[in-house]
Design a protein around this ligand. Sequence first.
Ligand code: MLT
Ligand code: ZN
Length: 476
Amino acid sequence: MTASTQKPPAGALDRLRGIVGPQGFLDQAGDVEPFVVDHRKLYRGTTPLVLRPESTEEVAAILRLCNEAGIGVVPVGGNTSYCGGATPSSDGSQVVVSLSRMRRVRSVDPLNYTMIVEAGCVLAEAQAAASSVDRLFPLSLGSEGSCQIGGNLSTNAGGTAVLRYGMMRDLILGLEVVLPDGRVLESLNSLRKDNTGYDLRDLFIGAEGTLGIITAASCKLFSRPTSQVTAVVAVPEPQSAVALLSRMRSASGDCVSTFELMPRFALDLVLKHVGQTQDPFEERHNWYVLLEIGSGRYDTGMRAGVEADLAAAMEQGIVLNAVIAESEAQREKFWRLRETIPEAQRREGASIKHDVSVTSSELPRFIIEASAAIQQISPEARIIAYGHLGDGNLHFNASQPAQGDASQFESLAPRINRAVHDLIARYGGSFSAEHGIGQLKRSELQRYKNPVALSVMRTIKQALDPKGIMNPGKVL
Ligand code: MLT
Ligand code: ZN
């Protein structure tokens, strides 16, 4: 079940070029360069050809030909994968298929609260299409200016509004998918209810391009919140943040859309390396939460309610201080504190990253135990545990010691990963909560995934892609 590892024959490459025409491919070294290196620069591959189809029919013709010839195909969206999920192998045997020319919003139906977008549509453009008809497409990520809907679907992207709206899987009604043999699975309906057999749609979401190429999706839309409160809240410890979340969720009737945990060290790095924001308080605290709550026109007392609840939480000692954004500019500064943490950490030097989840209530204990486990291996490592507390999903990262050597620290990655992921397994948690598997976490999947689940995954892969042409070397 593997595609050829030989370079594709010249004749096959010519036929592929013919499918997309002169505007639809790149084959010069300088032009293909952005497609052979991953976002984190962990992987470098090579490819003879990047295809840029303009239609579902062209994608179908490409896959039909590659399937016949046994040529591996790597689908790519905005190339923002954290796990090397869209980088070709280094043997030059695989062609890349970029969906970036299929970026149309095919239709928007504000009355049905749905829209149909093509896979190459940039997430920010999809959000804008929804807001142009006074609707919300709620998926929200740091990379939303460049990541594409197809990549969001293939990785089942999460982000900072999952708490209220769910992950990408929860935001989709129907899909159009080209199967490895070139058949088109047309199931682009916008129905809320359709119980007609197996749910094939969910197979392709999160499959990281290993079962076919998603070309379009029918997305759920929501009402835009008209009253919104954004606050930065200082808390004594993560346990208090969990208690605060529960309080705000029940007080608001589940209108909390964002609840992001940030340690002091993350703020220090943002203020040092990124700037264009400021410390929200005069005094330093150990832990912070970025909180956003939104509601509709009927809810006019929201801000007063949030203030009263935060004040009551202060009296209880689970909140130390809080500041509510007074303007859109201040809100953006608050968001900047959170959204630029990955960039700030990158600029601080080497880091070893984990994308783990446990239940929200177990997160505080996990942070203590996992920090101790890392510090046994590298006593000077600087832990930076931040992220989606409301989803039980933390980016539990370690930055190199302040005075240390980057490559020496990176050489500890296998031991540190093992310690963190073994601990996660003991909690019954996930070692990859939102970033997927790609190339980076294949061995972790083999080690930690339930063997029966792995075997079912292999059976599905074999049934849909018997020649193994779709994104070879990823996931399984
Ligand atoms: C985030 O939540 O900031 C992203 O998932 C990226 C990261 O892991 O750093
Ligand atoms: Zn994240």
